[in-house]
Design a protein around this ligand. Structure first.
Ligand code: GDP
Length: 326
């Protein structure tokens, strides 16, 4: 099947074609990469569908898979189609993905309107980021209404997910009063919506307290132009008892609608496109240093610097000149 046929099948909603396309974007083979780029270009020409891209982060055990399953089922109940992707930088190290694997979200994975894809296993977060970003584009072209991008809160993965999402949701568990310190300020500043999960049974009272603590903390943050009154917001949910999920979706939709009306939605996507362009160029330049003649030259110059034959400044200049004076 050529790229154009594959693109047509994706647009027609063929899930196997979508899965195959994602495998293509995940491949690091040079010919696959060329096909992937051509495929995404072909899809851009065929459709301008937009999904609501929701980034979801939370530490292991907070209830992400339980939430995605019940939230996803609720969205399907509203007639929406849902794709779930994951950014899991640890999957490269452990050799297996802890996010989005087949045993999680069993109900959702059986549904026709849902598509679940685990994190690609790549050695670099940059690689995972590009693949996921392209997978998001494929899911949008395939007509999914909502694309959920899940991550665990490790390293830079939250930034990566926030930079490919329209809204960023932080899932937290109920905890004692000192928990606030546990969430880094930078992560708080990224959040559009904080969901305090497990607000049920014995945990309900502490969930309500935690929610109030976070609501207070959010009010102290500097007001962002992309937020309507009352956002960012913290609310309680119970993924297990499927409680508060419609409310959570209503809040997300209200935020997205407001941002669409005010131009912030498009501005955010434009800013993200700039960001990823910049990242791609930087990563490609760094990769250049690691291969072939450039690598050998780096090593030789490093030796010269170590021996005291050259200063770091002069050696760096010589290296940069040899790269083409960029
Ligand atoms: P993940 O690691 O973030 O994906 O978390 P899981 O979805 O696997 O959930 C971790 C544990 O928390 C499981 O034992 C779930 O049953 C439990 N859990 C998830 N959501 C809720 C909830 O809303 N209420 C309660 N009480 N437990 C929950």
């Amino acid at each position: 099947m050529d790229t154009d046929q594959l693109a047509d099948r994706i647009v027609a909603g063929d899930r196997r074609a979508l899965a195959r396309a994602i495998t293509l974007v995940e491949s690091s083979r040079a010919d696959h990469r060329d096909q992937a780029v051509a495929l995404i270009e072909a899809l851009r020409a065929k459709t301008a569908r937009q999904a609501v891209r929701i980034g979801l982060s939370g530490t292991p055990g907070v209830g992400k898979s339980t939430f995605i399953e019940s939230f996803g089922m609720m969205l399907l109940g509203q007639g929406l189609r849902v794709a779930v992707l994951a950014v899991d930088p640890s999957s490269a190290r452990s050799g297996g993905s802890i996010l989005g694997d087949k045993t999680r979200m069993e109900r959702l994975s059986r549904e026709q309107g849902a598509f679940i894809r685990p994190s690609p296993s790549q050695s670099h977060l940059g690689g995972v980021a590009r693949r996921t970003r392209e997978a998001v584009a494929l899911c949008e072209a395939a007509g999914f209404d909502v694309v959920l991008i899940e991550t665990v809160g490790v390293g830079q993965s939250e930034t990566v997910v926030a930079e490919m999402s329209d809204i960023f949701v932080l899932l937290l568990a109920p905890a004692g009063g000192d928990e606030l310190q546990g969430v880094k300020r930078g992560i708080m500043e990224m959040a559009d919506l904080i969901l305090v999960n497990k607000a049920d049974g014995d945990l309900k009272a502490s969930a309500v307290r935690t929610q109030a603590d976070y609501a207070g903390a959010l009010r102290l943050l500097r007001k962002r132009p992309q937020d309507p009154e009352g956002f960012p917001k913290a609310i309680c949910v119970s993924a297990l008892q499927e409680d508060g999920l419609e409310r959570a979706w209503d809040e997300m939709r209200a935020l997205v609608d407001w941002r669409r009306d005010t131009g912030h939605f498009d501005a955010r996507r434009a800013g993200q496109a700039r960001y990823w362009f910049d990242q791609e160029v930087r990563q490609a330049l760094l990769a250049q240093l690691e291969t072939g003649a450039a690598r050998a030259r780096m090593d030789a110059l490093a030796e010269a610097v170590a021996d005291g034959r050259m200063t770091p400044t002069v050696a760096a200049q010589e290296m940069l000149d040899s790269l083409g004076g960029a």
